[in-house]
Design a binder for this molecule. Sequence first.
Ligand SMILES: *[C@@H]1O[C@H](CO)[C@@H](O)[C@H](O)[C@H]1NC(C)=O
Length: 176
Amino acid sequence: MPHPLILLRIAPLLSSTAAVSMTLCEDVFLRPFGAPHPTLRKPANRLLLAHVNAFKPYAMAMTATFYFSAIGTAVVNIKFRDGGLGLSGTSTAAPRNLSAVFYLAGVVFNALHFAFAPRDLALLDIVADEDRVDADKGKDNCTAMASWVSLNVSRGLLADFPGFVCTFAGFLLSLS
Ligand SMILES: *[C@@H]1O[C@H](CO)[C@@H](O)[C@H](O)[C@H]1NC(C)=O
């Protein structure tokens, strides 16, 4: 029977792993729409409206779930950092305090994900806001999707991936 605290300690890592995996999957699955084969560009431009609108509610629910639980459970770990698991043989408080520092850095990076939200939503609006169809008539939706994919890469490198690494370090240090 594992120590009950281990569930609390690993919760931010599980959520942060899910978050960074989602970033990676979005890149893999959406990148082709940013640069379709020339013969497919026309249909891709038309298809994006339906595609993005179909996945948007689920993608938003997943984003909220993964990032809010990564942030929330890390905050709980920082608050209740006492009670080492004794897995490293030492029982000093120093590694656990350092663990809290890394969990906090993870919180900051994971929260930084949301700083990209306005630009993210503006690009998706170009691609998939039916009310804007007239205003954006003729707009190349694939180009907007390509911009979204590069935003996702920048955000992944500046926020999601560092958030995952810090949370992982926080977890390892919490084991002492
Ligand atoms: C982009 O998608 C909209 C629908 O959202 C469509 O009306 C428009 O024609 C598309 N753009 C191109 C270049 O096909």
